[in-house]
Design a protein around this ligand. Structure first.
Ligand SMILES: CC(C)(COP(=O)(O)OP(=O)(O)OC[C@H]1O[C@@H](n2cnc3c(N)ncnc32)[C@H](O)[C@@H]1OP(=O)(O)O)[C@@H](O)C(=O)NCCC(=O)NCCS
Length: 240
């Protein structure tokens, strides 16, 4: 479909249902979920295990073929934690798996298929038992994790740094650099004189932003008729 044929009120009710689903099923799975969450297709987002916190204005996008999985699986049922800051973007297919501790800062952006883990999950020599090494992962504010990159156990990534697509990060990354490759190495340094705009800036006034998008929906969808929408669902044509 090239056009959104939904009448405004249908989309509005869809968004209400989506928000209800998030509050009813996903918020209770967190120790804390901040205000203004935008969980798209939240039925394809799984949050499991104890001690999971997600800050305000989180955008998390589930897709049927690319579920988001945020899970803590500690040594016992109360241990392990994941703390995610404010204004983060978590794209489809992202997996965040903590045995001990994964801390993610504000405004961090995760592209499709990012994998973050703080454990190897199995011992090298005893494959029947889990690895108990404490190897936390810390990702600082405003880091951008590119498409399908992997961040492995014990890694810290400094503020503003970028992990290129498909990179595998095995060692600490300083602030304000780009790393790429497998294993990831520094390929570029960010210019500190260029002002950085972050997701925190974008969400500075979340209520206003919501109103703005509602206004856009109203403008774009208000002419859409109910029966034409049904027709487009069952018998779409090229103009749809
Ligand atoms: C990280 C990234 C943004 C950097 O872009 P850039 O600043 O234009 O970087 P450049 O193209 O100048 O690359 C710098 C060097 O790193 C190398 N490089 C860049 N991306 C790489 C990658 N994914 N894997 C391996 N090497 C890579 C380049 O070949 C270049 O090497 P050279 O200096 O030997 O020529 C970009 O490479 C990238 O990975 N983009 C994908 C972003 C993404 O996932 N978006 C999804 C939506 S959130």
């Amino acid at each position: 479909m090239r056009q959104d044929r939904r009448p405004y009120w249908v989309k509005k009710n869809y968004l209400r249902f989506r928000a209800w689903y998030t509050q009813h099923f996903l918020k209770p799975a967190c120790d804390y979920l901040g205000d203004y969450p935008t969980f798209m297709k939240p039925w394809y987002i799984s949050i499991s295990g104890p001690n999971i916190e997600i800050g305000k204005c989180a955008t998390v996008i589930g897709e049927p073929d690319n579920r988001v999985k945020i899970g803590v699986w500690g040594a016992d049922e109360k241990s392990g934690r994941i703390k995610i800051g404010d204004y983060v973007l978590i794209s489809p297919g992202t997996r965040i798996s903590a045995a001990h501790e994964i801390i993610i800062g504000d405004s961090v952006m995760m592209a499709n298929g990012v994998y973050i883990t703080d454990s190897d999950w199995h011992d090298l020599y005893d494959r029947s038992s889990r690895s108990n090494a404490l190897t936390p992962v810390h990702i600082a504010n405003n880091v951008w994790l590119g498409d399908r990159c992997t961040v492995l156990k014990g890694v810290s990534i400094g503020e503003n740094s970028v992990v290129a697509a498909c990179a595998v990060v095995t060692k600490d990354v300083p602030a304000n650099v780009i790393v790429a490759g497998n294993p990831a190495v520094v390929v570029k340094t960010l210019d500190p004189n260029i002002e950085m705009k972050t997701r925190a800036d974008y969400f500075a006034e979340p209520e206003q932003l919501e109103k703005f998008f509602d206004g856009v929906d109203k403008m774009v969808l208000q002419e859409n008729g109910f029966f034409n929408w049904l027709r487009a669902l069952v018998k779409p044509n090229k103009s749809d």
